[in-house]
Design a protein around this ligand. Sequence first.
Ligand code: AMP
Length: 360
Amino acid sequence: MKIGVIGGGQLGRMLALAGTPLGQQFAFLDPAPDACAQALGEHIRADYNDTDHLRQLADEVDVVTFEFESVPAETVAFLSQFVPVYPNAESLRIARDRWFEKSMFQDLGIPTPEFADIQSQDNLDAAVKRIGLPAVMKTRTLGYDGKGQKVLRHPEDVVGAFAELGSVPCILEGFVPFTGEVSLVAVRARDGETRFYPLVHNTHENGILKLSIASTEHPLQALAEDYVGRVLDKLDYVGVLAFEFFEVDGGLKANEIAPRVHNSGHWTIEGAECSQFENHLRAIAGLPLGSTAKVGESAMLNFIGEVPAVEAVSAIEHCHLHHYGKAFKAGRKVGHATLRCPDIAALKAGIAEVEALIDK
Ligand code: AMP
């Protein structure tokens, strides 16, 4: 079976690394000449709205998937005429727009911060009166890794904030005084069977994920599964989806969903029986799902800007390096390390060792 992937970054690369042993082949459509997934499959170098090349991709592959959610809706609609596309167009439409996403959470009874649609500075001023400060303003689309958002703490931060974020449609959210951030990675098969990985604790720095630790028997696991299951069924979703939550007052508030394999699920390559990448491919290919059970105690640390020396990472016990083969650049995710340890003490020691390399 040949899989078409829209986007050829590290997520596409890790999909191919998981799918190759299943006998799958890959084609990536990505305009970037140095798309790092090209080492693992065919690279169709074209824009996402280039219908000639989209047609070529559709003709060559059995199924198409995505490694990012900002794919133009027309791209999905065009491809869907010729080849099955998972997740479906509706899932992408909702997940790429924070207003649709939060409205869906509300409709499904999933707690989420107070929010308002912002189309002008006047809208913003009115929303601040209703929601209060501090609040977080975010562009409705195209935001990632903390980009396209601004925390409004004082009345003077509100002045001109709509123009500052580019005078594009935004939402305003109440600021959540969270005690932690967790994510749940789930997979849903074509026949509706759904499986969940254990909840993961996430730590961000400057809006970018820095550290994920897979939990064991988290008290909020069942609640998170209930919320995520509602979304998966509502969207008739096929593939892996990640759901990010704030932990607050002993419960969960929905932040956002990603309709794809997710950075907070990278630990599953070594730390789960079947990784998020393999399970995504199994789901979209119509294969039975694999076990999401955790194997040992695992954590993932991102390498942002540069990857430490391979020798140094390899010297850490229980540590597995993933180098994406991308050019090093400040603020860019260029690799990660997974620690899979026999116990929590070994995991903590390993995290400290990797952090020491990052801070060097
Ligand atoms: P996002 O791109 O929505 O995931 O936001 C990036 C990060 O900003 C989150 O992981 C949080 O650490 C922080 N953040 C986002 N929204 C809020 C909020 N409503 N209240 C407090 N912190 C937030």
